[in-house]
Design a binder for this molecule. Structure first.
Ligand SMILES: NC(=O)c1ccc[n+]([C@@H]2O[C@H](COP(=O)([O-])OP(=O)(O)OC[C@H]3O[C@@H](n4cnc5c(N)ncnc54)[C@H](OP(=O)(O)O)[C@@H]3O)[C@@H](O)[C@H]2O)c1
Length: 280
């Protein structure tokens, strides 16, 4: 043990093989045990070593399980390596000026007990620890949906749809396009019905965009990180006053992580699906 740093077990969820068509299976992933030194390696600048507490199961991760040949908004996972995704973690060691031991952070981390993060540019400090830390895997982390929904405040009119918040895609989008009103708007956030297909289903009613002068725009959370402090200012009082009822579906332990991730696509989860790696 160099310099007396502790080496500990590091349980990890590994992608065994790429999954093209259909639902991923638990056997496409493997929970294995490695080891890790609880210290940023000597000479590694701007890195942090974290203990992962809570991991978020997100639909976009299905796209990362494919071998993506063309440029996409996410990258493929590497087979034989741990999955990565959003999570909440505690900093155990740091050579980065913005992070110190004991800080709680949320953002991109590994599906493992401990992660060495060499480019922590996609991590946020958690300042408010008087709301449940698990909320940063969902409500307080993936804030694009909340921001867009609150901004557009979607309404339904029997005469047609003025504003549609798109998260499903495929046949749903086709049906919506038929029913849009003139000058309607579509905020496209995700298309979960397509993620298990190797080739996405076609959309047949696109011409309605022209006839009805519909405006359709895509949104990615990463483009709005600069609004995060403003979002917290708005949302925290609602949480503290109990005006937001937030439901979580919690899987205990990395062993249950593969099933929890797959469950997103079969309607298994009720509320935000997350995995507890450790509670402290
Ligand atoms: N643009 C961005 O930056 C961004 C960021 C985060 C998420 N997203 C997108 O937002 C959407 C929701 O993600 P989330 O994080 O909020 O996850 P989530 O709450 O866990 O949503 C997953 C839910 O999608 C439903 N679903 C699964 N397959 C479906 C299908 N074929 N057709 C219709 N519904 C289906 C299931 O609902 P039931 O249980 O009711 O079946 C499942 O519980 C996804 O499309 C995701 O890609 C986009």
């Amino acid at each position: 043990m160099a310099g007396g740093e502790q080496v500990v077990r590091n349980k990890q969820v590994i992608l065994k093989n790429y999954v093209t068509e259909g639902l991923p299976k638990e056997s496409d992933m493997e929970v294995r045990e490695g080891s890790i030194q609880l210290k940023v390696p000597e000479g590694t600048k701007d890195a942090i070593l974290v203990k992962n507490l809570y991991l978020s199961c997100d639909p976009y991760m299905r796209n990362c399980m494919k071998k993506l040949e063309t440029s996409f908004y996410v990258a493929s996972f590497e087979t034989g390596s741990p999955l990565s995704g959003y999570g909440v973690a505690k900093v155990l060691d740091s050579t980065h000026p913005d992070f110190k031991n004991g800080d709680f952070v949320w953002g991109m981390t590994g599906w493992e007990e401990y992660s060495l993060i060499t480019a922590p540019d996609r991590l946020f400090q958690i300042q408010l620890t008087d709301v449940p830390l698990t909320y940063y895997t969902g409500l307080l982390g993936k804030f694009i949906s909340m921001l867009t929904m609150l901004h557009f405040s979607a309404r339904y009119f029997p005469e047609g749809i003025d504003i549609y918040f798109e998260n499903v895609g495929g046949k749903m989008l086709d049906a919506v396009l038929l029913n849009m009103r003139v000058h309607g708007r579509i905020a496209a956030c995700g298309m979960i019905s397509q993620y298990n297909h190797d080739r996405p289903e076609g959309v047949h009613n696109l011409m309605h965009i022209v006839g009805k002068r519909v405006r359709l725009q895509g949104f990615l959370v990463a483009d709005f990180y600069h609004l995060y402090p403003k979002f917290l200012e708005m949302i925290i009082p609602y949480i503290k006053e109990g005006k937001i009822a937030y439901v979580e579906d919690i899987a205990e332990g990395l062993e249950r992580a593969p099933a929890a991730l797959i469950g997103l696509f079969t309607g298994r989860n009720v509320g935000k699906q997350l995995v507890v790696v450790s509670r402290d």
